[in-house]
Design a protein around this ligand. Sequence first.
Ligand code: HEM
Length: 119
Amino acid sequence: MSVVKINVLTVPAEMREELERRFANRAGMVESSDGFEWFELLRPAEGTDRYLVYTRWRSEDDFQNWQKGMAFQRGHAQAAADAGRAGGQGQGHGHGQGPAATDSEVWSFEVVQSAGPKS
Ligand code: HEM
């Protein structure tokens, strides 16, 4: 059964553009991780300041292995540096300006049912 892991980022309005720019320049290593199935960055259309970093994996173990592995570390080196520069305030997706997000939390789901377009 596939699992979905969503990193929920609270992004102040003035940091939205910067967050999206940083993802546009992301490492792109997750795509070659074992058991990786899908990634999407979801921008809130209305009513919330929370972006969703949606990932889907073949299994919980595949996600855990990615999160413990080099690809996660490489993909997050910049964020760690920015969080360090900003004195550890908040967590975020950042390059040089400090974290773009003021908060993050992970939501976990199991895919019980799924469907795609009829071919
Ligand atoms: C400690 C919390 C986290 C921080 C500070 C953080 C920060 C970042 C940063 C900075 C990037 C790359 C964009 C850039 O270089 O600016 C990134 C990419 C990414 N993050 Fe996070 N992240 C965190 C946790 C997570 C978690 C838990 C997930 C999964 C649910 C996740 C999913 C991703 C994915 C899929 C990418 C793209 C990686 C790639 O392109 O190889 N992040 N994150």
